[in-house]
Design a protein around this ligand. Structure first.
Ligand SMILES: Nc1ncnc2c1ncn2[C@@H]1O[C@H](COP(=O)(O)OP(=O)(O)OP(=O)(O)O)[C@@H](O)[C@H]1O
Length: 239
C-alpha cells in the first residue's frame, strides 16, 4: 500500500521548469532512494512533498489524504517529516534543546525532554546533550538532523543528503540508524549523492534528470538502465 503518492508534480521557477510531471508512489515500509545529477530537481521535489514549496501543478497524497499546500509543521504532526541538507539549528540551543523542540510535536515538555535524550542516545549523541550544534563534527550534525526527525515520531522520513560530505567510514553510523528506523516500521525516502550508500540501502529507486523521472526500479535494475547511465555520462554506479 502506498503511504506517499506524488501525482504529476510540476514546478516552475520563472522560466525554468524544475520538475516536469513527476509521478511515483512510496510503499509503506520501504526505503526509496531518489537520485539524479546536480540540479536535477531532487531538492525541489523534497520541498514540494514536505510542504516547503508549492507545486505549479499536481498533487501529493500521504496516507490517502491530499496534502498539497499543507504547511510543514502540520505535515510533521501527520507523521511526515524531512531533514535538511544544510544542518538547521539555532545557535544558542543545546542538542538536547533542539531535539526537545522536535519532540514537543507529540509530547508535553517533561516527557519531550526525556524522549529527546533517549533519541539522542539512540543516534549516538548521548554524550553530547549539552553541546551546541555548532561545536559538533559534520557527522554528528547529520546525526542530530536525523534525531530531530525521529523525535517527531514519524511514519515517513524524507532524508535529504544525510551522507553528503561524510567519509565512507562515517556513513556507517547513519546507515545503521536508518536501517533500524526502517525495521521499526518507518518508511524512508532518501535523496543521496553517495552512490554506494544508496545502492546498499534502497529497496527501490527513482531517478530524476532535468526535472523528469527517467527511471524507477530496484538498485540492480537502475545500474543497468541505459537512460540512467547516459544521465550520469557514464559515471560508475557500482555499489
Ligand atoms: N528557489 C529557486 N528559484 C529559482 N530556481 C531554483 C530554485 N530552487 C531550485 N532552482 C533551480 O531548479 C533546478 C533544480 O534544483 P534542485 O536544487 O532541486 O536540484 P537538485 O537535484 O537537488 O540538485 P543538487 O543535487 O545539486 O542538490 C536547478 O536548476 C536550480 O537552479
Amino acid at each position: 500500500m502506498a503511504i506517499l503518492e506524488v501525482d504529476n508534480i510540476s514546478k516552475r521557477f520563472g522560466g525554468l521548469l524544475a520538475l516536469n510531471d513527476v509521478s511515483f508512489g512510496v510503499e509503506k515500509g520501504e526505503i526509496l532512494g531518489i537520485i539524479g545529477p546536480n540540479g536535477a530537481g531532487k531538492t525541489t521535489l523534497f520541498g514540494v512533498v514536505s510542504g516547503f514549496i508549492a507545486p505549479s501543478s499536481g498533487d501529493v497524497r500521504f496516507d490517502g489524504q491530499r496534502i498539497t499546500g499543507i504547511s510543514p509543521d502540520r505535515l510533521t504532526r501527520c507523521g511526515l517529516v524531512r531533514s535538511f541538507q544544510i544542518v538547521q539549528t539555532f545557535a544558542d540551543m543545546t542538542t538536547l534543546e533542539v531535539v526537545t523542540t522536535a519532540a514537543l510535536t507529540r509530547r508535553p515538555l517533561r516527557q519531550a525532554i526525556d524522549y529527546a535524550a533517549e533519541v539522542l542516545t539512540r543516534v549516538g549523541l548521548g554524550a553530547k546533550l549539552d553541546e551546541t550544534p555548532a561545536t559538533l563534527s559534520l557527522q554528528d550534525k547529520k546525526l542530530l538532523e536525523v534525531a530531530k526527525c525521529v523525535a517527531t515520531d514519524p511514519q515517513c522520513i524524507l532524508l535529504d543528503e544525510v551522507m553528503a560530505g561524510l567519509t565512507m567510514a562515517e556513513t556507517e553510523a547513519p546507515m545503521a540508524i536508518i536501517r533500524e528506523l526502517n525495521s521499526s516500521g518507518v518508511t524512508i525516502v532518501m535523496v543521496e549523492h553517495v552512490m554506494p550508500v544508496i545502492m546498499r540501502m534502497a529497496t527501490r529507486m527513482v531517478v530524476i534528470n532535468f526535472g523528469e523521472k527517467i527511471a524507477e526500479g530496484t538498485p540492480d535494475e537502475i545500474i543497468k538502465d541505459r537512460k540512467v547511465i547516459d544521465a550520469y555520462f557514464g559515471e560508475h554506479l557500482d555499489a
